[in-house]
Design a protein around this ligand. Structure first.
Ligand SMILES: [Zn+2]
Length: 512
């Protein structure tokens, strides 16, 4: 139910500029239209209804206040976080309510009015018919010979779920010594959550240490964070500074899981991960992979689509679908589906943040209610995968992040290392295409949210190197990022991933 004053404001915005009193910039969305490969130009008829609103505040408190109002109105917040010196929200349209979002924001005058606001038309870029045709055409020409170089046009298009699997299988056929397709588990609707292990399959891991020192001193939980695993790479003793042994010490390679598309509509996450996989195995000038040394020391698992049901739904029914498609709520007749996967992880989980099962950010009634997360959780905990590093890939906002998310008061004992790691990775990334990525803990750069992946991977699974990234862009295209940006996104994230991985390897080897 909309309150009276809000209704009045809402109606007022329809008549004129969306936000009286705030400057209305020329939409950079339109000026970037030559970047649209597979989308037609926005048509005027769609501009008003299908638009998103971008609002900035000078203070975090201003954004937080507005966020509470957005949530109360059950609006679809695409982005909320720090952007340079400003605090920004991008609010998506939902049932034509974007303008309403702006007025809600304006009403948040307790901390001053927003410093800047902008309405961004979406046009008809929600259609998935052209992306489907584009992907199908590329798949027809996909071959082992075309995959010998990164020039393959597969990186010029987004791909539906089935095509992603086909690409992974073709990559495995092309690079059998480096790559193995695996299923991480099943989705709620029974789809495989496909992953791909990337490593030097022909190299033997360093010798295992003897079993005699296992299972010592598991009590003594004085530190909240996981233990360093120096023993893995030095073979020296295997005791951390708190005297505990690391659970994965017997394995020779660093297990690094890179997972994307928990949120279905974040297509760039899946496509960027495909690029990362390809980039690691594609041969260099001498014929072998340029990252042989890295792949001797690391076993990556890339999971391009953690949420297959939601991803398929975003291709078939609703381009902006965020959650999974698991039936939820006590009353199935209401037709509510889906859990926000990245609010459903089991550390500091809070079911009450968005209690309405129909909400876009419904966290689930209990932690790990999502069957997709149960599968990923079990994969991360499986000693056979010896996971010591994790990168959760999202869009958008251009960020490299570390724990914690649930609270700004909580800091990990690894904070300094994490900071150094993401700063280096952000620099490596910027050197590729000049993109600026914000760095910090999730809470610091974004806003507090409980139940996120990296809080659990770090605090519970004891995966010391737990990170998250928000890929391109900063809200010009948002989730509807043109396919022409897939390749540059892949190129810059590849640099970031290599930097991050090398940092971890060096730290674990005690070289710093
Ligand atoms: Zn996300």
């Amino acid at each position: 139910m909309r309150s009276g004053w809000r209704q009045v404001l809402w109606l007022a915005t329809l008549a004129g500029p969306i936000i009286a009193g705030a400057s209305l910039d020329a939409p950079d969305w339109l000026s970037a239209s030559n970047d649209q490969l597979a989308f037609s130009s926005p048509s005027d008829a769609n501009v008003r209804q299908d638009s998103v609103v971008k609002v900035q505040w000078e203070t975090r408190a201003g954004l937080e206040k507005a966020m509470r109002q957005f949530e109360e109105a059950d609006l679809d917040v695409w982005f909320a976080g720090r952007r340079g010196k400003a605090w920004e929200a991008v609010v998506g349209f939902k049932d034509g309510l974007a303008a309403d979002a702006a007025t809600v924001a304006m009403a948040s005058d307790e901390y001053g009015p927003p410093m800047r606001a902008q309405q961004v038309p979406v046009g008809d870029r929600l259609s998935t018919s052209l992306p489907k045709l584009h992907s199908a055409a590329i798949l027809r020409n996909l071959s082992s010979s075309s995959l010998r170089t990164l020039d393959d046009p597969m990186h010029d298009a987004y791909h539906p779920y089935d095509n992603i699997h086909e690409i992974l299988v073709k990559l495995e056929e092309t690079y059998p010594d480096w790559l193995r397709v695996v299923s991480v588990g099943k989705s709620s609707e029974g789809r495989d959550i496909w992953g791909v292990k990337v490593s030097n399959m022909t190299s033997s891991a360093p010798p295992e240490e003897d079993d005699a020192e296992e299972d010592v001193e598991e009590e003594d939980e004085e530190m909240e964070g996981p233990e360093p695993l120096i023993s893995v790479f030095t073979g020296k003793g295997g005791r951390s500074h708190t005297g505990k042994r690391h659970k994965h010490k017997k394995h020779g390679k660093l297990g690094f899981v890179v997972a994307g598309t928990q949120h279905a509509r974040e297509w760039i996450a899946a496509s960027t991960i495909l690029y990362l996989v390809h980039d690691l195995v594609v041969p260099g000038d001498t014929g072998s992979t340029p990252f042989t040394r890295l792949l001797n020391a690391v076993e990556f698992t890339f999971v391009p689509v953690v949420n297959p049901d939601g991803y398929v739904y975003s291709w078939e029914t609703d381009r902006l679908w965020r959650k999974s498609r698991q039936p939820v709520g006590v009353d199935p007749a209401r037709g509510c589906f889906g859990i926000d996967l990245n609010r459903n992880w089991g550390h500091k989980f809070q079911p009450g943040t968005r209690p309405n099962p129909c909400s876009d950010s419904y966290p689930g009634a209990k932690e790990f209610e999502s069957v997709e997360l149960q599968a990923l959780r079990d994969y991360l905990l499986d000693d056979a995968n010896h996971v010591d590093a994790f990168l959760d890939v999202h869009s958008f906002g251009q960020m490299l992040l570390f724990p914690y998310s649930y609270s700004c008061d909580a800091q990990t004992p690894d904070q300094e290392n994490h900071y150094e790691a993401v700063l280096q990775a952000a620099k490596a990334l910027r050197d590729v295409h000049g993109r600026q990525f914000e760095t910090g803990s999730v809470c610091e750069v974004s806003l507090t949210s409980p139940g996120e992946s990296l809080d659990w991977t770090y605090a519970v699974a004891k995966i010391r190197w737990s990170f998250a990234t928000e890929l391109r862009d900063i809200g010009v295209f948002g989730f509807l990022l043109p396919p022409s940006q897939i390749r540059p996104s892949g190129e810059e994230m590849s640099a970031a991933l290599r930097s991050l991985t090398q940092f971890i390897l060096d730290k674990e080897a005690g070289k710093r």
